[in-house]
Design a binder for this molecule. Sequence first.
Ligand SMILES: CC(C)(COP(=O)(O)OP(=O)(O)OC[C@H]1O[C@@H](n2cnc3c(N)ncnc32)[C@H](O)[C@@H]1OP(=O)(O)O)[C@@H](O)C(=O)NCCC(=O)NCCS
Length: 136
Amino acid sequence: MKIDYKINNKITSEEVIMIFKSVGWNKNPEDILDAFKNSYYVTAYHNNKLVAFARAITDGNYYTSIFDVIVEPQYQKNGIAKNMMKMLLREFKGTYFFLSYTEGNREFYEKCGFEDLPTGMWMDREKSFNLDIDNL
Ligand SMILES: CC(C)(COP(=O)(O)OP(=O)(O)OC[C@H]1O[C@@H](n2cnc3c(N)ncnc32)[C@H](O)[C@@H]1OP(=O)(O)O)[C@@H](O)C(=O)NCCC(=O)NCCS
């Protein structure tokens, strides 16, 4: 299967939302493109159709975080996600990389060279929205 990979290319919110939907994730069409534009992203195409993407947010020198690594179900298990991860790892080689994974995907990231982080914390989006910051 011939897959074409691109970097920070022109994408539409419709095609991006379709990929999210294909794996059961809902994203807001109003702001999803802003999130991509503020990221470094890799896209994968089969016959000019977007079938996968992955994105990173980085300071370019020290820290890189990876988000939204998604391959449309019918294209999974063809090495597409690993190829996209390799592109991100190459581009930001020498930085610390961070990511969080969803249930069942730990092994995929392990195969991409990642290790468990013994010390790490996070706050989810809803909590940060509702957090009473003044009274922390
Ligand atoms: C997880 C996901 C991105 C993997 O994409 P993919 O293109 O099928 O993965 P690849 O074909 O590049 O897999 C690379 C290797 O990881 C393995 N692998 C992939 N997904 C795996 C999983 N969930 N569990 C264990 N191993 C996995 C593959 O078998 C392959 O192993 P190999 O190199 O020994 O042959 C894809 O299943 C997906 O989009 N899932 C839904 C969205 C999602 O959950 N994304 C991750 C968010 S944390």
